[in-house]
Design a binder for this molecule. Structure first.
Ligand SMILES: Cc1ncc(COP(=O)(O)O)c(C=O)c1O
Length: 406
């Protein structure tokens, strides 16, 4: 059997596509396209490789899955069952994580917008850390914590200094003075962690290095001002696991470790917040060619409404109906949103013959597609979870209407 898209759970078998251990044709005998499939075994394998690598390099490693990558309850449940923590940005995610029994001491919550009800719930539930992107939020957190007679642990997100990045705090002189005063005055908060998340789809150490160096620089600034943090959080940004094999991941972890060891700073714990690495290559779309035009454009029954560019997935396309044929003929792929902007790929190497109703498999769509999907008024795809021989339907638009969190 030959792997497809570098994914051990997608294989060619006698001219067919095998999804885990089920033939694609058997899956489609009970479902129509478009269909979204998640591979449970792949999610678990990705978590295991990530933790194997980082646990062996850092003795004090902690991991928090970034729910925004994919917040489907069944996916988050799998991640919870592997003992991973949660990194959340809002109340709907927090309610879900608590319902799925993520332990409060394995949940960190924060982002650019911290409404009162979110902070209150975090404090009531004894959430491990609140992550602050804006110093003014500290005042509100302190006053709510005071009301509940608690001391809330805080992480501050510093601006990673990536060109154009607007997220996080730039510790210039005035911000530093403000932070120093707040830390002194606010008795119900305790600043213990510093976070820097650099970018997405980082596939070389250079980008991780910039993030670590920026973090070290900021730790020094804080320490010179008399603020000593205990923990560092390097965020996420890893590509899909098929794009970054375990050997490369290990190289990156080792390089992060040596960059940190070369600094004079000692830390208690190191956190990571992967999203895409866990789930990106565990998701695939099955779509159908609905139109072929003379100039080798094909139109699929999915589009940027459900497979958005914003998700920055490493998209790969396969003609599943002609899987054994060479994919070496340039083809452009459009979606069904009625705008010329709905292009999924241009000049992509695909099969010579293109036929209406051919099934196209799109891989690496597990992360951020649903998060960034929009309300263009097409019916949403059904979503199934495949594990070994078992298929579980996890979303049916006719029954569930929408997968948004409330
Ligand atoms: C602060 C933070 N942590 C973690 C992540 C997850 O990133 P990824 O899915 O690229 O690993 C993001 C994504 O934007 C983020 O902003």
């Amino acid at each position: 059997m030959k792997k497809i898209s570098g994914n051990p759970y997608l294989n060619k078998k006698e001219g067919n596509v095998l999804i885990d251990t089920i033939l694609l044709n058997d899956i489609l005998s009970n479902s129509t396209t478009p269909l979204m499939i998640f591979l449970e075994n792949r999610v678990r394998d990705n978590i295991n490789s990530f933790c194997r690598v980082f646990k062996s390099v850092f003795k004090n490693f902690q991991c928090f899955y970034s729910f925004k990558a994919n917040f489907l309850p069944e996916i988050c449940k799998i991640i919870q069952s592997e003992g991973i923590g949660a990194e959340l940005i809002g109340l709907p995610e927090l309610n879900l994580a608590l319902k799925l029994q993520f332990l409060p001491n394995k949940i960190i919550v924060g982002g650019p917008y911290l409404p009162h009800d979110l902070i209150e719930k975090c404090i009531q539930e004894n959430i491990k850390e609140i992550i602050v992107y804006n110093l003014n939020d500290l005042i509100q957190i302190n006053s709510i914590a005071k009301k509940y007679h608690k001391i809330q642990n805080i992480c501050i997100r510093i601006n990673s200094q990536k060109y154009g990045s607007k997220l996080g705090i730039v510790l210039d002189k005035s911000k530093l003075t403000k932070l120093t005063n707040l830390v002194k005055e606010c008795e119900n908060i305790k600043l213990i962690t510093i976070l820097s998340h650099y970018s997405t789809q980082m596939n070389n150490f250079g980008q991780f290095k910039k993030n670590v160096e920026s973090l070290i620089e900021n730790i020094k600034i804080l320490s010179d001002a008399g603020i000593n943090v205990e923990n560092i959080n390097l965020g996420g940004g890893f590509p899909e696991a098929v794009i970054m094999p375990e050997t490369q991941l290990r190289e990156i972890a080792n390089n992060i470790n040596s960059t940190l060891s070369n600094s004079e700073f000692n830390f208690k714990n190191i956190y990571f917040e992967p999203g895409r690495y866990f789930i990106g290559d565990a998701g695939i779309f099955l779509a159908k060619i609905i139109k072929v035009s003379e100039d080798r454009w094909i139109f699929l029954d999915i589009g940027n409404h459900i497979c958005p560019k914003f998700a920055k997935c490493s998209l790969r396309f396969y003609n599943a109906s002609k899987i054994n044929e060479p994919h070496k003929f340039k083809t452009s792929i459009a979606g069904i949103v009625p705008t010329d902007q709905d292009v999924l790929a241009k000049n992509y190497f695909f099969t010579k013959y293109l036929k209406e109703n051919d099934i196209v498999m799109v891989t690496n769509v597990g992360a951020y597609t649903l998060t960034f999907s929009n309300r263009f008024p097409y019916t949403l795809p059904k979503i199934i979870l495949v594990k070994n021989r078992t298929i579980t339907e996890i979303f049916d638009p006719l029954r569930n209407y929408d997968f948004s969190l409330t």
